[in-house]
Design a protein around this ligand. Structure first.
Ligand code: ADP
Ligand code: MG
Length: 213
């Protein structure tokens, strides 16, 4: 059967928090029940996080950052449009230098827009960025939050930096230069945030969003 057959139902991934099902042109992201949690608390948390993720997707779109469209929402499920592209993580090595630089500069500008709109993504990795026809889409705001706190913003950037360092070390310098070039084009006070990011890195310890919220 062709891999991307329309109308086929396919489980794309089962993570710690969510199950991703593809149904034709739709993606259903379902928050998994945690049986070790009290049922009432579990229901509350799944509902809260699902709503928050949907709100973040909506606000990101309003800020001009490309994300999937939300089609439907209930207590533990978001139905969204399927982006028929590649995970950036899987194609970084295949891009030529010029394209790679262009993509990461643009990612920098988009992340700046998120931050300026009071959104931190919470899990900025190249697995959560999809590329379709050279266009960039951000997915997975499951650990995101609404905040303008400089510490939160700096941690968001640090997670991205660490992802590049571990997954794309061959191009680390090139990618980070491009990313921060784009970021600083949009985020005028970027130096302050970058300074904070470096301080947090030196401290060697930071609060990872999502662990306690
Ligand atoms: N809207 C979408 N379009 C295409 N693929 C998606 C979409 N949403 C999720 N996926 C795929 O499912 C994977 C897991 O989804 P994600 O939202 O990142 O959940 P998790 O919290 O488990 O990481 C992604 O890496 C991506 O490959
Ligand atoms: Mg993910």
């Amino acid at each position: 059967m062709p891999k991307n057959k329309r109308n086929s139902i396919e489980i794309i991934s089962i993570g710690a928090e969510a199950k991703i099902i593809k149904n034709g042109d739709l993606i259903i992201k379902e928050r998994i029940k945690k049986s070790y949690r009290n049922e009432f608390i579990d229901n509350y948390l799944r509902k809260f996080r699902t709503r928050r993720e949907a709100k973040l997707l909506y606000e990101a779109k309003k800020a001009g950052v490309p994300v999937p469209f939300i089609i439907d929402l209930d207590d533990d499920r978001i139905v969204m449009s399927y982006i028929d592209g590649d995970r950036l993580r899987d194609i970084v090595d295949r891009l030529d230098k010029e394209k790679r630089t262009k993509i990461f500069e643009e990612i920098g500008r988009f992340v700046a827009r998120l931050h300026l709109s009071g959104i931190v993504h919470g899990d900025l990795t190249t697995s959560n960025i999809l590329i379709k026809d050279d266009k960039i889409f951000f997915i997975d705001f499951g650990l995101g939050d609404f905040t303008k706190d400089i510490e939160d913003i700096a941690v968001d950037l640090l997670l991205f930096k660490k992802c590049i360092r571990t997954s794309h070390y061959k191009y680390e310098e090139e990618i980070l230069n491009a990313f921060f070039k784009g970021y600083c084009e949009e985020y005028k006070n970027c130096e302050e945030v970058i300074k904070r990011m470096n301080e947090i890195e030196k401290r060697g310890r930071y609060f990872k969003r999502g662990e306690n919220n």
